[in-house]
Design a protein around this ligand. Structure first.
Ligand SMILES: [Zn+2]
Length: 236
């Protein structure tokens, strides 16, 4: 498959060659590459390349996020070139790779969250999805809302959490609850799915990062998986 990506290096001494050589070594076929200085004193490296052989999207994310001294922040895969074998080989993603992929693709993260869920043993899913959601929700709060003065709970919900969740779907909110209309995390699931635990964690991580709100507990009080896909989350 063909892809284009951008990585930011942590210092200007880490250059194009430091990114290109591990990729070549790992068997990628480069199409174009470019380096430019980043605002943070490092370099931005843009690469367009093709995978060869049987590499999956998970392998690609793995390879890109393990290049030393670099952070992956953009990844676009040319969908037409993704081959879909009749028996797809599932590969478990670790949390670090999932977070890198989420950072690169946000807010188009439903598939990668599902892929993560699928690769986990059953007994770990609830906890792992919840934990992943906490990290992502907390990260989005830090990225987009931590600079202003922190809001109290009800304003934090209506003016910050609701706009943040609107990146995924339509949202309704009251002082102590959030409802996702057509929740994408359970859209294609049957009623036994666990994907909404990601949303539970997201809300918790987002609100807990706000120093005025502090600790909250979140529960999915109604799940629409397998039916309406309207999911209600209550916040204490
Ligand atoms: Zn749900």
């Amino acid at each position: 498959m063909k892809f284009s990506c951008a990585l930011e290096t942590s210092s200007e001494r880490i250059r194009l060659v430091n990114v290109i050589s591990p990729l070549i070594k790992a068997g990628y076929q480069l199409i174009s590459q470019k380096q430019e200085p980043s605002e943070n004193g490092g370099n931005i490296i843009h690469v367009v390349a093709k995978t060869q052989g049987t590499k999956t999207q998970a392998d690609l994310i793995d390879d890109l996020s393990s290049i030393e001294g670099c952070t992956l922040f953009k990844l676009e895969i040319d969908e037409e070139t993704v081959s879909s074998p009749s028996t797809p080989v599932k590969k478990a993603l670790d949390e670090k790779s999932v977070l890198a992929a989420i950072g690169a693709q946000y807010p188009d993260i439903v598939d990668v969250v599902r892929q993560y869920e699928d690769g986990l043993p059953d007994e770990m899913r609830i906890r792992a999805l919840h934990e992943l959601g906490r990290k992502v929700g907390g990260g989005i709060y830090q990225r987009d809302y931590a600079l202003g003065s922190p809001l109290k709970m009800s304003a934090a919900i209506s003016r910050e959490l609701v706009p943040a969740l609107k990146a995924f779907t339509k949202v309704k909110a009251s002082d102590h609850s959030i409802t996702l209309i057509k929740c994408p995390f359970c859209k294609t699931s049957h009623s036994h799915h666990l994907g909404c635990n990601f949303v539970v964690g997201y809300i918790e991580g987002f609100l807990t990062s706000n120093p005025i709100v502090g600790r909250v507990r979140v529960e999915e009080t109604k799940c629409g998986a397998g039916s309406t896909n309207i999911c209600e989350f209550t916040i204490w």
